[in-house]
Design a protein around this ligand. Structure first.
Ligand code: SAH
Length: 356
């Protein structure tokens, strides 16, 4: 899809015209990744973070957070809940901190999961060294999720200050992850204060250029415990062409990402379910998404993983919740994915294999 056409869809407000976008995205989803909705069990194993990201409640200067890191035993209990609930993948997510989650500690955890379960393992631990990432891949980790948050360097530098003496190029890191053989997911937040509609079009073009296996898109939700959250409205008001942090804009991004990257796995994100509890997730699934990430973290720790306020489904018992979700998926005319739900090889890979 051309840049101008993307922009036109991102600016389209007429519900009747938008029906065409929703229908095309749903048809492309059905054709390329089928009717299955894949479940990934999310385990938020630590909220300890040394970064200062201005959007995220886990940022290290936030003192209003009880910090925790689960033990291997606690994480394995959540991993077994994930298996029992019938998910094919576990996603291990945390703040970014190499002291509380050192390379060897994570490696050992991956070994345990791989020895004791059939699960695919997705890591989402932020920016770690190529040596760490290579060791975890060798240990059997299958996928890595690292959102680049925005493709606009100035905005990125503002919201995601680099660590002293270190680069902060997440887009380059995505390339390293691919070369290590991970299935790689990335994505952006939608409606960051200072983010324009045009910049969202660039983000979409970059997704297509990066040939991602997974694309995660969620609305930016202002967190009052963060510097950006405190000044969100003021910045958004003085930005020309500010992208709205709405469910509608997020659905448009999901639909366009589906059209531009037909075989990618695209989750209906928790942030979207938080912003619009009634329709957020269902309409995402009907407008291009094919993945759900139910939270498997022990409910006792969930309030402390406060990246943004009011996170959906905070207190739900994981097992009951997943069973309910599965029935709901079937009522939407979809099926529950079986197995790991690996990324479909991209069309580029398919062509290479066919020609080989
Ligand atoms: N430390 C890891 C995991 C962070 S949390 C990392 O940085 O990759 C996972 C995602 O939550 C982030 O990539 C970001 O897109 C999202 N997030 C953080 N703060 C948010 C906010 N205020 N609103 C919406 N999404 C947010």
């Amino acid at each position: 899809m051309r840049y101008r056409q993307i922009i036109r869809w991102l600016r389209e407000e007429n519900p009747e015209a938008l029906e065409q976008l929703w229908r095309s995205a749903d048809a492309v989803r059905a054709e390329h990744v089928g009717h299955a909705v894949h479940f990934r069990g999310l385990i938020e194993f630590s909220n300890i973070c040394r970064r200062h990201c201005t959007y995220c409640g886990l940022r290290s200067p936030n003192r209003n957070l009880r910090r925790y890191r689960l033990t291997h035993e606690q994480i394995m209990a959540a991993v077994f809940r994930t298996v029992e609930a019938g998910c094919g993948t576990v996603v291990l997510q945390s703040g970014e901190d190499e002291q509380s989650a050192p390379r060897a500690w994570v490696t050992e955890l991956i070994h345990r999961i791989k020895e004791q379960t059939p699960l695919a393992v997705t890591l989402s631990l932020g920016e770690r060294t190529p040596e760490d990432l290579a060791a975890w891949r060798r240990a059997g980790a299958d996928r890595y999720l690292l959102k680049f948050e925005t493709s606009i360097p100035r905005l990125y530098a503002h919201i995601h200050p680099s660590r002293p003496g270190q680069g902060h190029d997440r887009i380059a890191l995505v390339g390293i992850l691919k070369s290590l053989g991970y299935q790689v997911g990335s994505g952006v937040m939608v409606g960051i204060p200072g983010q324009t509609i045009e910049s969202l079009a660039r983000d979409l073009m970059l997704f297509a250029g990066m040939d991602l296996d997974m694309i995660a898109l969620g609305p930016y939700l202002p967190n009052p415990e963060t510097p950006l959250g405190a000044e969100a409205e003021r910045i958004a008001r003085r930005t020309n062409d500010q992208a709205p942090a709405t469910a509608l804009m997020t659905w448009k991004m999901i639909a366009l990402a589906r059209l531009m990257c037909p075989r990618a796995n695209i989750p209906a994100s928790t942030a979207l379910a938080t912003l619009d509890p009634e329709h957020g997730r269902d309409l995402a699934l009907q407008r291009g998404a094919n993945v759900i990430m139910p939270n498997m973290t022990d409910p006792a720790y969930r309030p402390d993983y406060a990246i943004y306020p009011g996170k959906a489904c905070l207190q739900e018992d994981p097992h009951t919740y997943v069973q309910r979700l599965k029935q709901h998926i079937v009522s939407l005319g979809r099926t529950v994915g079986v197995g790991r739900g690996d990324a479909h090889p991209s069309s580029r890979h398919a062509t290479l294999t066919a020609g080989a």
